[in-house]
Design a protein around this ligand. Structure first.
Ligand code: GCW
Length: 712
């Protein structure tokens, strides 16, 4: 990409706000070299000399990193042909020997590939794998591995909730654009050391881009003053292979901060030259300051955000209008499909598919199908509701054959325990990405590769443009994520975005070795604890496929239980989703109900639509289950339901005991911080169990089986 390696510096200094030893680097290879000297120095506990490759004999034991262009050693030991197999961002790590000299070569086709290889090598050492005779290769399955950053909305890692080093006046957000008071002098373009900490962390798991502002977008991010700030940030992150995007508010052209360059409401028609011209001017300003700017993420006609439907046009027109404006600049539009206009269908879960599928399928004048432009991605949440702890896959996966489709996962734990509950999300994402869509071609023949991961990485339907997006959990806490274990989610997201076929347990094992301790017994214990934590959360919050059951009371919204609540709007209300009555519990989306099931490919439609074949863990997403329905365990549904709540809480109690026993092996501070969180976690999990079971019992009228903890 033009300018990717050019430095456009807007600020000369790094400001040490938290006292970590960061420095600004100009190039990606410099970043890689820093990581090596720092990483090896840390692991070996001594200074590591840096040898500059100007030809001549390589010192014995050296680690050489680079491309065939940048390094004579790489040129000597790694053929162009071998390198071709790992693609633009992949790497090869090899032990080579010449006479009595042993050298480790980290080779790639590009500088960023070399950086990823460096991190892979360090991970290899940190996890104490054997380092003799290395022959490792890696390359990503998906090209765009992005974070969406919602600033302070749904942020649980801000303002240093662990109590160390928070800066007064800051919001808790990782990037300072508009801090006030005592922290105002720390606003961008000043580069805070934590931005470099984040860049290093994100590069270490292969993140390639960040949309820096909330999708409920404030147009201020498109103003000149902010673009200058963004450019400084982009410069600091560029060496780490991380590019920027901005969330665009569809109606930004009305905003007086752009005067005299504003539009009238009539001119917001996405097909108009005025609308496209306005966005083209903004995009050009952005590109002038940030040559490798990615493009825009758009939430339109969703939860009160403006969009093309306010002007009589549909999502295709809207996405394409913006896409046309930025296409000449090589930019991309990430158009979100999180829409639920009540006029479309009474069942919220069916609405996105109903709005987007016809546009994807629309015959075009040139004989092809699908109206969405080539530089549009439809960005779709993993499930059809809203990041609940377990949802069925979104029916759109596999159904958007003619459109680029990105999956959106939520790393920040809005519905999965926020900053309090220890919930490792790797297994959830593994479950989502490996779910079989049973996608067929137009003739109804099953595709060979048809898991959600295949749809996303393009291998199912031959898409070349591919993207995975995670809603980030980055805050200004020292450890970036607040809860120490939330870091594992950021790590797992990056690893799975790189290669969705990786195993969530292997990822957890690496993370524990790199983060806590390398003793096998300790590693096994922590990994085992993590691996069951998500299923436990599902059990004590929303077992057996019961939908959204959260209370909504600022600021703790979407944390605690609220099964009896109606918020004055069906789309947000627990009672609407649970449909508790004297017959049973759950939302009928089978053919006798809303028939969401029919939006899936036929095999899944049949499986989900029948109460006898639906997976029990998704049961109440699709069926109103009678209290005495016989479950696979032999228990009746009511007993099974209560059992799940009890098991979930017991698991958390188990985690607390396990953690206590690990005290001798962990550093005191982090041990205590996690311990305190687990105590609250256990109490809050019990609150979920008691609130829900007591409420369901009003309908079931059955006694509570006593195989678990007390129900107060
Ligand atoms: O999960 C919901 C969140 C909103 C969010 C919205 C979305 C940024 O509660 O905070 O808005 O989804 O994804 O647009």
């Amino acid at each position: 990409n033009a300018g990717r390696n050019k430095a456009h510096r807007h600020t000369p200094n790094l400001t040490m706000a938290t006292g970590s030893a960061e420095r600004l680097v100009e190039t990606t290879l410099e970043a890689a070299r820093n990581e090596l000297t720092r990483g090896l120095g840390g692991l070996l506990d001594r200074d590591v000399p840096v040898w500059s490759d100007r030809g001549g004999q390589v010192p014995d034991g050296a680690v050489v990193v680079g491309t065939r262009d940048s390094s004579t050693v790489v040129r000597r030991y790694v053929s162009a042909r071998d390198l071709a197999s790992v693609g633009a961002e992949g790497y090869l790590i090899r032990s080579v020997s010449r006479g009595r000299h042993e050298v480790t070569v980290i080779a790639a086709n590009t500088d960023v590939g070399a950086l990823y290889g460096t991190f892979a090598f360090l991970r290899h050492l940190q996890t104490q794998r054997p380092i003799a005779n290395l022959n490792i290769s890696g390359s990503p399955k998906v090209e765009h591995r992005h974070l969406n950053y919602w600033e302070t909305e749904r942020l649980y890692a801000g303002n240093d909730e662990l109590g160390d080093g928070g800066l007064g006046g800051e919001t808790g957000a990782i990037f300072n654009f508009a801090a006030t008071g005592a922290s105002a002098h720390l606003n961008l373009p000043v580069i805070l050391d934590r931005y470099i900490v984040a860049a290093r962390a994100l590069a270490s798991v292969g993140i390639t881009g960040i949309t820096i502002n909330n999708v409920n977008a404030n147009p201020v991010y498109l103003t000149r003053a902010y673009i200058q700030q963004e450019a400084a940030l982009a410069d600091a992150l560029r060496p780490y292979g991380i590019r920027l995007a901005v969330s665009a508010n569809y109606a930004a052209p009305l905003d007086q901060r752009f005067a005299p360059d504003t539009l009238t409401r009539e001119q917001l028609d996405p097909t108009s030259t005025e609308f496209q011209g306005w966005w083209n001017r903004r995009a050009r300003e952005l590109q002038a300051a940030i040559p490798d700017f990615i493009g825009f993420t758009v939430k339109a006609n969703s939860e009160g955000q403006p969009g093309p439907q306010d002007h009589g046009k549909d999502h295709g027109d809207g996405a394409n209008g913006l896409a046309a404006a930025v296409a000449p600049l090589g930019m991309t539009i990430f158009w979100r499909t999180f829409v639920y206009n009540p006029d479309v269908d009474t069942d919220r879960l069916k609405r996105a598919y109903l709005e987007f599928a016809p546009i994807d399928d629309e015959p075009q004048p040139d004989g092809t199908r699908g109206r969405f432009a080539d530089n549009v991605f439809l960005q779709t949440k993993n499930g059809p509701l809203d990041f609940q702890a377990r949802e069925p896959i979104h029916p759109m996966f596999g159904r958007m054959e003619n459109t680029n489709q990105a999956i959106e996962l939520q790393i920040t734990q809005e519905y999965t325990g926020q900053g309090t509950m220890l919930t490792y999300l790797g297994p959830m994402w593994e479950e989502v990405l490996t779910t079989d869509t049973y996608a067929t071609d137009r003739q109804g023949r099953l595709l060979d590769k048809r898991r959600v991961g295949n749809i996303v990485d393009g291998s199912a339907q031959g898409h070349r443009d591919t993207a995975v997006v995670g809603v980030a959990n980055l805050g200004n806490a020292d450890n970036l994520t607040g809860h120490h274990f939330s870091q594992a989610n950021l790590f797992a997201f990056g690893r799975l975005a790189w290669d969705w076929t990786l195993d969530a347990e292997d990822i957890a094992t690496d993370w524990v070795r790199m983060t806590w301790n390398n003793r096998d017994d300790v590693v096994e214990t922590i990994v085992a604890m993590m691996m069951g934590s998500w299923e436990a959360l599902v059990s004590y919050q929303t077992p057996l496929g019961i939908g959204h059951q959260f209370e909504f009371s600022n600021p703790a919204d979407h944390y605690g239980p609220g099964p009896s609540v109606w918020f004055g709007n069906d789309d947000w209300s627990p009672v609407h989703y649970n449909k508790a009555d004297s017959v049973g519990l759950g939302y009928d989306r089978s053919p006798t109900g809303s028939d969401l099931a029919a939006q899936y490919f036929p095999t899944l439609a049949a499986k989900y639509g029948d109460i006898d074949t639906v997976p029990e863990n998704l049961m109440m997403w699709f069926h109103h289950v009678p209290w005495d329905h016989r479950m696979r365990s032999g228990r009746i549904f009511w007993d099974e339901l209560v059992h799940r709540y009890q098991m979930g809480v017991q698991y958390v109690t188990g985690m607390r005991h396990t953690w206590d026993a690990l005290e001798p092996y962990l550093d005191a501070r982090r041990f205590a911080e996690v311990r305190a969180k687990l105590a609250k976690h256990e109490a809050d999990a019990a609150d979920w169990r008691d609130t829900c079971v007591n409420y369901w019992q009003e309908f079931s009228g059955r006694p509570v089986p006593v195989d678990g903890g007390p129900l107060s």
